[in-house]
Design a protein around this ligand. Structure first.
Ligand code: ADP
Length: 414
């Protein structure tokens, strides 16, 4: 497609949280990123909108109360209009929404209908923090542009290919099925994008390679991807399972929760807050930012050292586990805030795994870059890579492909 093609080619990507909205506007004819931003503290007096035009011009910040998601999206549209990119433009082809939980029904991006909304709503009990915010975001965008296709891209979708033996917990099957208890996995958009980009970096088709993806942000998850298909991932029914994260414990003996209730007298809600918000790196050492933890380690702080060691130990266990799940591994890819930036984490995670064919080259690992790159030495049998994730681009790509295919284009002629 050329820039003179009259077909609308812009996609707005919305990631709606309970009190925030992150957005990006992309032109898929490039693709080119046109603008990005964030509205936070929605519903408070101190709301803030940070808008970055990406085709020229300076970042703009506005402060002052933004009452709800509707007002937030209106403010975003006004900011975009200042750059000639208003959301009323006929060039906007669709709005793509990040939806955290799609359960088992949604294994692909889906044009949002009332039935789809009802299903996202039905999943609220398994994603009480996320799906309600996503629903609000969708309703708001529908009100703004009722004529446009709105597409849901689910965080769980990439993991719906997990075989039953990886997805099921070893608990009573009837109880599990009655309450839809199983491992769904999250960060799927990132795992899909990064595993594909890793194959590209190796000069191969995704179907030809097995990749372990380590998405290490504030939330963190690992996945085992065989030939482009996810066969296991570390997050489960909720994003609490798996790796040690910024504020979440990751894997824990479930009996710890009984103990906290019976012996420490904590309520279910208190335990929920403890494990989701006050555990992980922050629980272990008081900091969840890896930069700060490294700084403290260098100053000889033993709590920071222990937190780092626990983080790395868990990461190593998952690399080993997924190596065994895949049998043959072509690449291990690090991504997200920690994975892309923290060279010491990458080095420590593969240290001692030479027998598995894994090694990191010190010089390559120290390079700072936004580009996907290999950091393993020539001789290593398994490639170790840093592959920056781009969930917004992936959501926009999936959204645009769907509306262009015609499936999601009813009444619009796109
Ligand atoms: P999320 O999307 O889950 O909020 P990100 O993927 O943005 O998280 O990752 C945020 C984390 O990345 C921070 O908490 C910090 O630990 C880590 N991080 C960011 N930049 C650096 C850096 N330069 N060095 C080490 N860690 C970093």
């Amino acid at each position: 497609m050329t820039s003179t093609d009259p077909t609308p080619s812009r996609v707005l990507v919305l990631n709606s949280g309970s009190s925030s909205v992150k957005y990006q506007l992309l032109d898929m004819a490039g693709p080119t990123r046109l603008a990005a931003g964030l509205v936070e503290r929605i519903g408070e007096e101190t709301s803030r909108l940070v808008h970055t035009p990406l085709t020229g011009g300076d970042k703009r910040e506005t402060h002052g109360p933004i009452a709800d998601h509707g007002a937030a999206l209106k403010a975003v549209s006004e900011e975009l209009a200042k750059d000639g990119l208003g959301l009323d433009s006929p060039e906007l082809a669709a709005i793509g929404h990040r939806v955290v939980h799609g359960g088992l029904k949604f294994s692909a991006p889906t044009v949002i209908t009332e039935e789809v909304m009802a299903e996202i709503e039905r999943l609220v009990p398994v994603a009480p923090l996320h799906n309600p915010a996503n629903i609000t975001g969708i309703r708001t965008a529908q009100a703004l542009r009722p004529d446009l296709p709105q597409v849901a891209v689910f965080d769980t979708a990439f993991h719906t290919t997990m075989p039953e033996h990886a997805a099921r917990y070893a608990i009573d099957v009837e109880t599990a099925d009655a309450h839809r208890i199983r491992r769904y996995g999250f960060h799927g958009t990132s795992h899909a994008y990064v595993s594909r980009e890793t194959a590209r970096l190796l000069g191969k088709d995704p179907s030809e390679v097995n990749v372990i993806v380590l998405h290490l942000g504030n939330g963190a998850s690992a996945s085992a991807v065989r030939g482009g298909v996810c066969v296991d991932t570390s997050m489960g029914l909720t994003p609490l399972e798996g790796l040690v994260m910024g504020t979440r414990s990751g894997d824990i003996d479930p009996a710890v929760t009984f103990h906290l209730e019976r012996v420490a007298g904590m309520s279910t809600d208190e335990i929920d807050v403890l494990l989701n918000k006050k555990s992980g790196l922050v629980g272990l050492c008081g900091d969840n930012d890896m930069r700060e933890i490294r700084r403290r380690m260098e100053a000889g702080d033993q709590r920071a050292v222990l937190a780092f060691d626990i983080y790395i130990h868990r990461l190593k266990k998952y690399i080993g586990a997924y190596y065994a799940v895949l049998g043959k591994v072509d690449a291990v890819a690090f991504t997200a805030g920690v994975g892309e930036n923290a060279a010491p984490v990458r080095e420590a995670a593969v240290l001692g795994l030479e027998e598995l064919g894994l090694a990191v080259d010190g010089e390559l690992n120290a390079v700072r870059s936004d580009a996907p790159r290999l950091i393993s030495p020539e001789y290593a049998r398994v490639a170790v890579a840093v592959v920056p994730t781009d969930e917004e681009l992936e959501i926009a790509t999936q959204t645009y492909a769907l509306v262009r295919s015609g499936d999601g284009a009813e009444g619009r002629g796109v």
